[in-house]
Design a protein around this ligand. Structure first.
Ligand code: GLU
Length: 286
């Protein structure tokens, strides 16, 4: 019987073919779900309409099936749920913790150059807050006039609601105190897409009742913001397992551009999936 106590997911973005690093991530999650008698779900993170392609979605199903994985249905395809993210964004706007941002990349770079000491975080320079305190009526007039804008989290306003003592439980590192200032006023909805990675991942982990988020340690820092959003939205914070990243023989992370490491290429080379699984799972200290 499937237990509801352990639900995890693999959430690839269909911007290229899956490589060995993806296979590892999917397998870590799949194996944990199996061991716990829980559920393994799949989510297609295709909010970036410019970079995601339908053929890569089909390829994800094909590659994972080739590896012998099975997943719970239905698969959640993010681009089919923009209305859910819009509703979530409106909740945040109503709470007074989101503001429209009209800055272009250039504007932001200019502002950062002007600042005597622009703070940097794991994703580079932190947004300097140019649009944060803009006059609301003027901002609304710009929106009404059709000016392109993103929506950003007003982190200080958010923390005034949630308090600053936010934590999460991380399988490998224990209880972590959130330090959301390392990311600052993150984008909640992009100019070209009515959501962002942060908003949709938090929304979907809750909607899919994910109890254990298993993902690469390259995303560890994003959890500092995810717990803030969860608290603001009254959503549960799952347990997190940020696994190590699989690297090639030179210690380099696999990337979508490494064609030789794609599952498609390995399959074409006649590699047996069982051999591949054994190789990947040898990397046990995930
Ligand atoms: N879509 C993200 C990626 O492909 C993963 C997001 C997550 O697991 O939270 O890197």
């Amino acid at each position: 019987m499937v237990s509801n106590k352990f639900v995890t997911r693999f959430a690839p973005s269909p911007t290229g073919r899956l490589h060995l690093g993806h296979a590892f991530s999917a397998l870590v999650a799949f194996k944990q779900a199996q061991a716990a008698g829980g559920q393994f779900l799949l989510r297609i993170e295709d909010i970036d309409r410019g970079r995601c392609r339908a053929e890569f979605i089909d390829a994800i199903y094909e590659d994972l099936a080739w590896l012998g994985l099975t997943w719970g249905m239905p698969v959640r395809v993010q681009s089919e749920h923009f209305a859910d993210y819009q509703t979530t964004l409106e909740t945040l706007i109503d709470k007074g913790v989101a503001y429209p941002c009209f800055c272009t990349r250039k504007d932001i770079q200019k502002e950062i150059k002007r600042a005597p000491s622009a703070p940097h975080g794991p994703e580079g320079a932190i947004y300097p807050g140019t649009c944060r305190d803009a006059d609301k009526t003027a901002a609304n007039a710009r929106i009404d006039a059709g000016e392109a804008h993103a929506w950003r989290l007003n982190l200080d306003a958010a923390l005034a609601i949630t308090g600053r003592n936010l934590t999460w439980n991380d399988k490998k590192r224990g209880i972590i105190s959130a330090e959301p200032h390392i990311l600052g006023d993150v984008v909640l909805a992009r100019k070209d897409t009515p959501t962002s990675y942060h908003l949709s991942v938090v929304c979907d982990d809750a909607l899919q009742n994910i109890t254990h988020v298993v993902r690469g340690e390259d995303l560890f820092h994003t959890t500092h913001i995810h717990v803030v959003l969860q608290k603001l939205l009254g959503l549960p914070t799952p347990l997190y397992h940020h696994h190590k990243l699989l690297t090639d023989s030179n210690g380099k992370r696999f990337a979508k551009r490494d064609k030789s490491a794609t599952l498609a290429q390995l399959r074409a080379d006649g590699i047996d999936p069982k051999t591949l699984l054994a190789f990947i799972m040898d990397e046990t200290d995930s």
